[in-house]
Write a protein that binds this ligand. Sequence first.
Ligand SMILES: Cc1cc2nc3c(=O)[nH]c(=O)nc-3n(C[C@H](O)[C@H](O)[C@H](O)COP(=O)(O)OP(=O)(O)OC[C@H]3O[C@@H](n4cnc5c(N)ncnc54)[C@H](O)[C@@H]3O)c2cc1C
Length: 462
Amino acid sequence: MSTTGLVNRSGIAIAADAIDAFAAGLAGRVIRPADADYDSARRIWNATIDRHPGLVVRPLGTADVIAAVTFARQHDLLVAVRGGGHNVAGRGLCDGGLVVDLSLMRGVLVDAASRTVRVQGGATLGDVDRETHLHGLAVPTGVVSRTGIAGLTLGGGVGWLVRKHGFTCDNVLAFELVDASGEHRTVSATEHPDLFWALRGGGGNFGIVTSFTFEAHPVKTVLGGLIVHARDQAGAVLRYYRDFMKTAPLELTAYAALLTTPDGHPAVAVIPCWCGDMAEGERAVAPLRQFGSPLMDAVQPMPFPVMQSMLDDAFQDGTRNYWKSTFVKALDDDAIDTLVGHANRMTSPLSAVVVEFYAGAASAVGPAETAFAQRQAEYDIGFMAQWTDPAEDATHTAWARAAWDAMQPFSSGGFLLNFLSEESPDVIRAAFGSNYDRLAELKRKYDPTNFFSLNQNIKTAA
Ligand SMILES: Cc1cc2nc3c(=O)[nH]c(=O)nc-3n(C[C@H](O)[C@H](O)[C@H](O)COP(=O)(O)OP(=O)(O)OC[C@H]3O[C@@H](n4cnc5c(N)ncnc54)[C@H](O)[C@@H]3O)c2cc1C
């Protein structure tokens, strides 16, 4: 009997023969620290995260997930759950414990007649778009195609269709879940409705989702792309964007971003995505395109999956990242001037400040109808520090923190769960907002020992 890198919560090593017996019972596989692909298995999108799990399990299906939860319970292991590996805080990894890595479970099955899509828990947004697009359908998800559908959906999920079709979690019809006791549950409006409420915005607190069933919508071609202005126009462009979006049809979602162009020029971009009739879209988007003197206008009709991957290059795997965001009560002139001032002090050309406007279908759902409470504040402001040199970590992190601090007078006190880096319990509580206490009750009911602890963790109610 030899020991391994896998230790339990008390730091006691798990014997190799116990791991061998567990591995032999899986249809999928395990990756141990000595294996050649261990280092790639512990690499995630954000390169500032450097953790050494004791064992990585790659299930092939629900039975393997149940086996992994059972094994972890028997040996009192710390467990992390990894979908697409894009959580900014790196909560899909742990040190010493067990990672349940769903990257072999990426199946997507579309039922075009019922406009429903069954998606396994390790799929990326790109996996979903690739299959739904064949049928002229789309599920509202996020804006970078390599992001995991699981983490994104459980945290809410916001993207180019948000104003017309709501948050990703608003489009879930059912979940297949393995809970903290290793039991498989089908969760929907009629089966375990309390869990159905909690999973739509409650993060990874309640179990491992092995598959989602989504409602899809007829979206094939969209009118989208970047309209880029010089940075010295940022104040005027953001004021126009704010006023324009107030009366824009729900088919139009548009973000604004303060960024640096690939050739090094500070810029401000407006990025519209129109998901309705093309001729109507051309008319609706025209004023945004005609405002001021853009350096570039790349807005054009494009297949939805092209829109969905348009920003991929700006968020490359293996860069170093630190994000802060806050909802604001209103995007008034002082708020705009403050955020532009901080964007102008950006310390890395890879960083960005992003302004996102959600009002529409997302705010038509009440804050207590799902676990995702942040539905009233309309603008989310994200400070996304991104760089490559580890020696610069402190500089770029400090920039994002200072920008976020400066925006606090304008903050609604709400935060988007999906965009949190490592945060205090107070910020996590504020992100769940008015739903926190109900979530804590359900955490006590479904996960009383906090087996699923590596997430935006909800403490069990006393
Ligand atoms: C480049 C980039 C772009 C992004 N764009 C958007 C966007 O447009 N809209 C948006 O809303 N968010 C966006 N996000 C945020 C993103 O939604 C969250 O970071 C989310 O957690 C990523 O999910 P993942 O599965 O890739 O993450 P992982 O790191 O794999 O998992 C994160 C957490 O999710 C939980 N989890 C993952 N899989 C499962 C599962 N199968 N069952 C149960 N729990 C699970 C676990 O708690 C885990 O700790 C973006 C993030 C990045 C890095």
